[in-house]
Design a protein around this ligand. Sequence first.
Ligand SMILES: [Zn+2]
Length: 465
Amino acid sequence: MKRLAFVLGLLILARTALSQEPTATLIPNPAHANTPPLPPAVPSPPFAAPTPKANAQAQFLLTPAFDPAAATREWLHSIPADEKAKSDAYFEGGYWLILWNFLITALIALLLLATRTSARIRDFAERTTRFKAMQVIIYAIPYIILTAALSFPLTVYERYFREHQYGMATQTFGPWFAEQLKGLIIALILGPIFLVALYAVFRAAPRTWWLWATAVVVAGTFFFSFIFPLFIEPIFNKYTPLTDPKIRDPILQLARANEIPVTKVFVVDASRQTKRVSANVAGFLNTTRIALNDNLLNQCTLPEIRAVMAHEMGHYVLNHIVKLALFSALSFLVGFALTKAAFDLLVRKYGSRWGVCDIADPAGLPLIGLSIGIYFFLITPLSNTSSRVIECEADIFGINAAREPDGMAKIALKLGIYRKMEPTPLEEFVFFDHPSGRSRIRMAMDWKAANLPNGTFDPSVGKPK
Ligand SMILES: [Zn+2]
């Protein structure tokens, strides 16, 4: 029944996504007629802003309508055909990687169960100590190492060779491999802590564990997003304060206008690993910090940087960490409930063959992983859609804060190096965790076409006259 409802939900969502083709309209708004003409936008061929005329009313009525659909097409046509083909191939290869990653994970889990490797590790843990929490730690360490080692061939293809093949990576194998090892060490510290909490729940509530395990995941998510920028990111990259006032001050101005409590902007040396441009706002309350990567700083103009930073600030102002955590809690709640049903059924059938007793038995961890893995594989379109909706919100916030439609369009083109620019609506629904380049450029051009007035105010006046 649950499965049926889920499939129905997917179909409804798919139809909604398919019908969301943007419409090309520019409705003249008489309210604009009396506002002074906008200052010319940052010049950005091929779409210059309409030339201001002496009479605002005449200007509004006589200026040829800016057609956002045509403008979007022109931006998209500016991409050389070979670059577009390369970006499409890179992104479409990612669709298959979702499948391969899922199959490898499933295969490793089945292997650990069927060969009784999992049961043997559990036996070793039980012989070593009688403390249940310690048994979980002793089981978790070889489990994490084994799964990392067995999936390493796919990892090295996906994150090293493929990134080099498409000209995205900047690291040689040695430093890349050293970073993988650092990641493994972090997993070997945080993984067992998380599993100790999870198995405490399994032992205390063998029937309703799926409910409490969701709470453990939510707590873990918040803990991780709190420590990530403070303790984990600095292990891989260096964060230094941005000192160039020509870039720093406009970013801080944007932050101040949007009530973001920061006094510094950080630059992260991402060019050590990649050529991709990115930025982020992380942390809570007084740990809040804004960071942009050095690729963004070196490859982009100020309007483009303002467009990106305003988007990132949107994530902060709109509480996106909390919204995503709520969505993830809901996904895990359903996923754990289904896992409980699948686990109980499979252990009744194959438990003695695999040497797995019940949910509190660490030897069953690969089975939990397999079940939750299948679930998350199946809901890929839903999790991508929840992320894409949030990214779209940040885009809308960003364009209204930065007022840089051409900067936003140019950034969409730059992100198009690794994200397909013009997917079909179904492709965008299933595979895109951010809006496609076409959707983003169209949003920017729609905003530009609306030609919103700036409003008038006297900066010298601080109180009502
Ligand atoms: Zn974003």
